[in-house]
Design a protein around this ligand. Sequence first.
Ligand code: 13P
Length: 341
Amino acid sequence: MSERLEDIAVAMVANGKGILAADESSGTIKKRFDVIGVESTADSRRDYREMMFRTTEAMTKYISGVILYDETIRQTAADGTPLVELIKASGAIPGIKVDAGAKAIVNFPGDTITEGLDGLRERMAEYYKLGARFAKWRAVIDIDTTKNVPSAYSLSANTQALARYAALCQEAGIVPIVEPEVLMDGAHDIDTCYDVTKATLVKLYDELYAARVVLEGTILKPNMVISGKKATKKASAEEIAEKTIKLFRETVPAAVPGIAFLSGGQSDEEATANLNAINAIGPHPWKLTFSYGRALQAAPQKAWSGKVENLAAGQAAFTHRAHMNHLAALGQWKPALEKAA
Ligand code: 13P
């Protein structure tokens, strides 16, 4: 495969393909395993992820890349094959989460800043050697209008960190996924999400220009414009699609090859239906696809539940969700296809 940043970015959003976000930190995957009653050990984490990466149909037809956690990019399958090699053998591109998580900002209660820039140049060089050709950095933007969250200071600090990270990625020959996640945890309505996401993306592209990041060699990983989970009125898929696209047309340059959404706490089917509605109102200047964590993995985790005898069921559940999201990335998904499964 070409090593040019622009070509890697285009391959990450190839027609009908999307990204598997399997980069849960050890703390987060433990929470997911707690739900299915599986003890989180280096081996159980490896077994689970190996099951996914060996799901040939999903990996070869619907998945363009996999975001890994530091532990996983160094792990080998039970038979000794490096997990990175399993991913590459399927034709997907290995990626790596490089941020060190969101920490409270002094003097700004409710706001967080994502850390991890120290030593990043050296870590990037190592990840490249380990096979990573793209990376991810997630900034976390909460919404609490009663507390002036997010502050302008938080947007400034977080987007500057994203731009510095993106420049370091490109220096190392690695495509940066820039992820400013505006959380859907609150009771805010869809228009508040629109306003906060707009302020975030305007600032983000200011900072990416200022840092001389080559936009053609980046992928944006945003939230959809969506109502908060506790909102009294829930926006429809059509409204989500219309407002999300209106916002991106105002803020995301057409030089960006692709936008790969996070699922952010939407149910599996909502995340698929909303992506489908977005693509159904195309054509758009960029590819719009998925980079889902929970919305791709909740079903296979439940089907697997840590048991060897459930490996095929876990793989079938992964294939189904990847297939549904593949159709949504093409604007060809229908609810009836879920019921047929
Ligand atoms: P979710 O799809 O579960 O939001 O995870 C995607 C991701 O990588 C968040 O950083």
